[in-house]
Design a protein around this ligand. Sequence first.
Ligand SMILES: NC(=O)C1=CN([C@@H]2O[C@H](COP(=O)(O)OP(=O)(O)OC[C@H]3O[C@@H](n4cnc5c(N)ncnc54)[C@H](OP(=O)(O)O)[C@@H]3O)[C@@H](O)[C@H]2O)C=CC1
Ligand SMILES: CC(=O)N[C@@H](CCC(=O)OP(=O)(O)O)C(=O)O
Length: 334
Amino acid sequence: MLETLIVGASGYTGAELAAYLRRHPEINIKGLMVSAQSADAGKIFSDLHPQLKGLVDLPLQPLTNVAEAAKGVDVVFLATAHEVSHDLAPQFLAAGCVVFDLSGAFRVDSPEFYTRYYGFAHQHGDWLKKAVYGLAEWQAEKLKQAQLVAVAGCYPTASQLALKPLVEAGLLDEQQWPVINAVSGVSGAGRKASMTTSFCEVSLQPYGVFTHRHQPEISAHLGIPVIFTPHLGNFPRGILATITCRLKPGIGEEEIKAAFYNAYHNKPLVRVYEKGMPALKSVIGQPFCDIGFAIDGQHIIVASAEDNLLKGAAAQAVQCMNLRFGFNETQSLL
Ligand SMILES: NC(=O)C1=CN([C@@H]2O[C@H](COP(=O)(O)OP(=O)(O)OC[C@H]3O[C@@H](n4cnc5c(N)ncnc54)[C@H](OP(=O)(O)O)[C@@H]3O)[C@@H](O)[C@H]2O)C=CC1
Ligand SMILES: CC(=O)N[C@@H](CCC(=O)OP(=O)(O)O)C(=O)O
């Protein structure tokens, strides 16, 4: 049995982690943590997330001393903001814990990337180098050795799962950058109140145009440049990415189908459609990323759908943990 902490347990992804981990036969949830100053410290977790009433009724504990909190703990999930994870992860790692970080704090091995896109100077270049990028379907071998897993971002997961089979098989015309248009539900911005995510303000709209931090995350791990435009949608959860690319001359449906088959025929959490396009309703509340495509001449449109809080965050984190410890990949997820 692995003793496990969820830090940031009162948040959206933290709550989803608790829901999965409570039913994992190899995991004991030892503690649900929030910040030392949290207004929710001392409250019962399920009073904040009543869907888990009677299932996870532990108190939310203030994280006042990391060394103390890490005692007897094997695994830590950090469902915290990037800056918070950046500070906490090295402390839990120093205490010997295996850390699964849902934030972007360790996803790209480039200190300049953090200054430019995250607005802070990264202090842990050693861990940036050692971190394994948690895009589970593509990192199974590396994950087995990882002490720090930087779980892939929500948009980057939907985007890369759709594009990587085509890139790896060399099917795309390299002169034409893939154009990714993706819409996310509001839970992507977290649970804390803010003006931009308040009910009356939200209206379908692009944001972060040419500047969103997920563009370089996707490019860095895909190995090619992309255009990425996120949109905020007026629904609670889910991401739909619609991606337009140009194929190399002579590439057709047969090659595309083969590329997706080779990549995912034995990957239970990616479902590639024989025909039709995925919709959010098929993945909300599910740990899957669903992919569909259509070809017209040299153009291909690939669409991928996921629940941002699940395959885009908590489910993928648990999937990475399953792979790390040699459990069934979908344990507690399906
Ligand atoms: N939402 C999404 O769709 C996705 C989110 N992510 C990433 O996952 C992380 C969590 O996201 P999300 O669940 O949406 O965030 P939320 O804002 O919903 O939750 C953040 C949690 O962190 C806690 N927290 C804040 N500061 C500290 C601290 N210093 N020590 C311990 N706990 C702290 C908060 O509680 P309190 O403030 O009361 O202490 C809260 O429990 C972020 O890095 C996000 O970028 C990744 C993929 C998708
Ligand atoms: C709708 C919305 O605001 N989405 C967030 C992305 C979700 C997220 O938390 O980003 P990571 O996957 O990198 O952790 C944003 O655009 O900043």
